[in-house]
Design a binder for this molecule. Structure first.
Ligand SMILES: Cc1ncc(COP(=O)(O)O)c(C=O)c1O
Length: 403
């Protein structure tokens, strides 16, 4: 007797998805980026650095050098913590900015997005509370949601989270951490002043709160004075995880970020990272370290920031005509984003499809909010397009909103 072979079905049905994959919806950022890929669309939506300002020659030279001089190393597996030369260079940059750091304090990550997801996996149990700003960076909300954590918004104002409300919520919710983007925040572009940072650090020290300070934009300042990291304030030094990234100052395609954290937490993140991707691509790390050694990244960033400042001005110059009377907007001193609020009767999520028909795109504000969304808000990225295209894009936006 022969045993019948199982007959393969023509179309295999999916294995059941894990609850965390079922419960978290798709990313609105990704859906919107799909629309804006059409070249005729003037893109105020995606958070894309200006591609014409990438130092492609300098980066190419760095890759050529490491591939010519240490090919066996550049193309080999590396340690999970990261290449020593890059960790040392990152530590030196942080130390130079007032935060004494050793190479060993740094874990290199595959973009700072990975740092968020490592922290979420290492720290959060289902039901744990995480405090955030509202509005908040979308993909951080997503990383926290995947763990089943409860995301709770801290009330705030134009200067960031309110320290009094923060203290109350810490006592009430017993959160694992506060996630904040204190400099040129995504999505609002706002910056937390030094006194507010000191107050947040004092709350953290007093109530034993852990802070995650995410700073991908801080170097892109075109106006005003640099504000020290929260991590450098008394009380926060030993309870802050500082995240950084080369995405906005070198190029996002490198996928290079980092995390500075106290030893035990850093080690936990390294174990999680091992399971995620073993390590961040060696050749990218060595090329970035080589770039930092051979070139002047700060001079490059200063040039980029100058151009971004011109683009912010171009956007500010056209907003009053583009947005309906009664709208308000911020005036960011750096970074990439500007946040606007239209009169209450406008719903920017509903309006988006109509506006995109005019070949211009923004991101509606609602998904950035935790809890009750402010539906009349929107995020505009002012760096991807030239001043001429910004002017034209705002004219189209005005037509789309008026139609
Ligand atoms: C606040 C914030 N954090 C983290 C990231 C992730 O950046 P990357 O993974 O490219 O370093 C972004 C990207 O837009 C961001 O806006």
């Amino acid at each position: 007797m022969t045993v019948a072979e199982p007959v393969p079905s023509r179309s295999a049905s999916l294995p059941p998805l894990a609850a965390r994959a079922r419960s978290v919806g798709g990313s609105p950022v990704r859906d919107i980026l799909a629309v804006t890929a059409r070249p005729e669309v003037i893109n105020f939506a995606g958070g894309l650095p200006a591609p014409e300002l990438f130092d492609a020659d300098g980066i190419a030279a760095a890759y050529r050098a490491v591939l010519a001089e240490v090919p066996g190393r550049a193309l080999q597996y590396s340690t999970t913590e990261g290449e020593p030369s890059l960790r040392a260079a990152l530590a030196a940059r942080m130390s130079a900015r007032g935060l004494p750091t050793d190479a060993d304090d740094v874990l290199v990550t595959t973009g700072s997005q990975q740092a968020l997801s490592l922290l979420a996996t290492a720290l959060l149990e289902p039901g744990d509370a995480v405090l955030v700003e509202s509005p908040c960076y979308l993909a951080a909300l997503q990383a926290f949601a995947f763990t089943g954590a409860r995301v709770v918004a801290v009330p705030g104002d134009a200067d960031g989270v309110d320290p009094g409300a923060l203290a109350e919520l810490v006592l009430k919710e017993r959160p694992k951490l506060l996630y904040t983007v204190p400099t040129f925040q995504n999505p609002t572009g706002r910056t937390m002043p030094a006194e507010r940072r000191a107050a947040v650090a004092a709350v953290a020290a007093r109530y034993g709160l852990w802070l995650v300070e995410d700073d991908p934009y801080g170097e892109l300042r075109f106006e005003g004075e640099r504000v020290p990291w929260i991590a450098a304030h008394p009380g926060a030094e030993d309870r802050t995880v500082l995240l950084g990234s080369f995405s906005k100052v070198m190029a996002p395609g490198l996928r290079l970020g980092w995390l500075r954290a106290p030893a035990e937490l850093r080690r936990a993140c390294a174990v999680v990272k091992q399971a995620a991707d073993l390590h961040t691509p060696t050749v990218n790390q060595l090329a970035a370290a080589r770039y930092l050694a051979d070139r002047d990244l700060d001079a490059h960033v200063a040039r980029v920031a100058h151009v971004y400042g011109e683009r912010r001005d171009a956007m500010l110059a056209g907003l009053a005509d583009a947005l309906p009377p009664g709208s308000t907007w911020g005036r960011p001193e750096g970074g990439m984003f500007l946040w606007a609020r239209l009169p209450d009767t406008y719903d920017t999520t509903e309006l988006l499809a109509r506006v995109v028909r005019q070949d211009v795109a923004y991101v509606p504000g609602a998904p950035f909010h935790v809890g009750d969304p402010d539906r009349s808000t929107l995020r505009l990225c002012f760096v991807t397009e030239t001043p001429e295209r910004i002017g034209e894009g705002l004219a189209r936006l005005g037509r789309g909103l008026r139609d």
